[in-house]
Design a protein around this ligand. Structure first.
Ligand SMILES: [Zn+2]
Length: 552
């Protein structure tokens, strides 16, 4: 049973054009008022209805029941003239030209000569539909320009193209004489709805995921979507299922992408080989797999930034929900960048498996590189704001504590501010004991804050209140503390393990801060490094492997 749904359900009226209401309205109005122009340019991606719209315009202009159709301006779609045009069969009044195969000067000349013949009947229009118009030669455009400068009555040119910029480059004067319509891409949701409508009219069962897959694969083209549906049905009984759609389109199962995400989040490089073995055995197309993997990462990134990815099967939506929050946005971006960089070479490669394997391994191993980068940029950031120097000469300064935790605690490692490990009892004595270390932590967090705290000492601690006193003669530090009250409260809160409200006074004497202040700059650096190295093996490894020096 050959249904040929793509043909059967191709629109016959302007109002059937999916998501192109803006075009439909204007063209219908023009026909109704008898104000159809001599030249139209229909642009947009393939499969969105450009040629169909051109045919409907031709039908509407030459319909035998013109004026009797509702809504006004539409063709009836059923009279002999409408039928002929709709089927693309020979019509005296409509000429379809495929510029991809008809681009010579001779054709242009012929076109010009033919355009001189009026329409076959009184009240009819001669419509030229030029498909793939960007393929026309400069000579052809020149000939067309002459026609459009003095158009014979009743002649309408409709140019359809996916690449209007090429026409703009080659034939700007022609372009300025055309009325342009930009056709919109048909989104997966609109395609899915339309497929659903067609199927219910045909009384055919289909599962939602099957339609989602078709809609996504059709990439905005309604015609393609309907022909996939046709292929599904030509398989025989059993309706339209996701499994069948995958078979027809050669798609990789959602489970494979689930497995891929598991490898990436758990950082299991060894699993890459097993995954590729399975793909090989199932005869999957690796380029198709990569395309799908890119879609999955992109969808996950969209979720992470609060956008809603379209066209996902239900199974995939659940998968993504499970992995949400496990890969940092920056990592996802880097993975997509790596994919973009290697996609071309993988397509051309004689051993795509090796290239795909390499890419997946780079994805899985990506995080370590990132942590190191973060550590080093953290080190550079606390280096007084000077531009980074070559690593061998750069002093290792402790990075801000927020990048310090070792990579083992993966997801938390990327969280903006895990607590430092310094802890103190919420008592004056506890706070005083921890003060020198607290100053070190604060210095690592920000130079000014560290100096300001070094110039202060705790004078009271009764939850939630902490009183600090700034040494006399340091109005600048007192100001700094006032300004960074929130940061100080947060830091103290983390160390004391409870919310803190800060009181600052300026009458303290110096002795309490003496220990911190007595540390020379060099001692403090060395000590800071030691503290942080001990806390973070990754920093130690990074410093050692890059042979960084500690400046004394
Ligand atoms: Zn008609």
């Amino acid at each position: 049973m050959a249904l040929a749904l793509a043909r059967k359900y191709r629109p016959r009226r302007f109002s059937d054009l999916l998501v192109q209401d803006h075009v439909a309205q204007v063209l219908r109005g023009a026909v109704l008022k008898g104000r159809v122009g001599h030249g139209y340019l229909l642009t947009g991606p393939r499969g969105v209805g450009k040629t169909t719209a051109a045919r409907i315009l031709a039908m509407a202009l030459n319909c035998e029941r013109k004026g009797q159709v509702e809504p006004a301006g539409e063709p009836c779609g059923e009279c002999e003239s409408c039928q002929r045009i709709w089927h693309g069969s020979a019509s005296l009044d409509v000429v379809e030209i495929d510029a991809a195969s008809n681009r010579g000067v001779d054709d242009a000349r012929e076109l010009r000569e033919r355009a001189m013949y009026a329409a076959s009947k009184e009240g009819h229009h001669k419509v030229y539909i030029v498909d793939e118009a960007h393929m026309l030669t400069r000579e052809a455009w020149n000939a067309l320009l002459k026609i459009l400068e003095e158009p014979p009555p009743g002649v309408v040119f409709v140019f359809a193209t996916t690449e209007p910029q090429k026409i703009a480059q080659m034939a700007a004067p022609v372009l300025s004489r055309l009325q342009r319509f930009d056709f919109r891409r048909i989104g997966p949701a609109a395609i899915r709805d339309r497929l659903r409508g067609v199927l219910s009219e045909e009384r055919i069962e289909a599962d939602d995921d099957a339609l989602t897959l078709i809609a996504r694969q059709a990439d905005g083209g309604m015609r393609d979507a309907l022909s996939v549906l046709d292929q599904c049905l030509s398989f025989g009984e059993g309706g339209v299922t996701a499994l069948r759609v995958r078979e027809i389109l050669g798609l990789v199962a959602d489970e494979v992408y689930d497995e891929l995400l598991a490898l990436l989040t758990a950082r299991r490089p060894a699993g890459v080989f097993a995954l590729l073995d399975r793909l090989d055995e199932s005869g999957a197309d690796l380029v198709e797999f990569l395309g799908g993997a890119g879609e999955v990462l992109r969808s996950l990134l969209m979720l992470e930034v609060g956008a809603r990815p379209e066209g996902l099967t239900e199974a995939m939506q659940h998968t993504l929900e499970r992995y949400r929050g496990q890969l940092a946005q920056g990592d996802l971006l880097r993975m997509l960048k790596l994919l973009g960089e290697s996609e071309g070479s993988i397509r051309k490669s004689s051993s795509p498996r090796l290239s795909v394997e390499t890419l997946l391994l780079r994805w899985v191993l990506l995080d370590r590189t990132v942590d190191l980068e973060a550590l080093l940029s953290g080190a550079a950031r606390t280096g007084g704001g000077s531009p980074p120097e070559p690593p061998s000469r750069r002093a290792v300064e402790p990075p801000a504590p927020r990048v310090a935790p070792p990579p083992a605690s993966a997801p938390e490692a990327r969280a903006p501010q895990p607590a430092p490990e310094l802890r103190a009892e919420f008592t004056l004595e506890g706070l005083q004991r921890a003060w020198p270390d607290l100053v070190l932590v604060a210095r690592a967090q920000g130079r000014f804050l560290g100096e300001a705290l070094a110039a202060a000492r705790p004078v009271s601690a009764e939850p939630p209140l902490v009183g600090l006193s700034v040494a006399e003669g340091h109005p600048m530090h007192r100001e700094a503390l006032e300004r960074q009250r929130d940061a100080v409260q947060a830091l103290l809160g983390r160390i004391l393990g409870a919310p803190v409200r800060l009181g600052i006074s300026g009458t303290g004497s110096t002795p309490a801060t003496s220990r911190a202040r007595r540390l020379s700059e060099a001692e403090s650096r060395a000590e800071r490094l030691k503290v942080l190295k001990g806390r973070d093996p990754a920093l130690e490894a990074a410093a050692d492997s890059l042979d960084l020096e500690v400046l004394d």
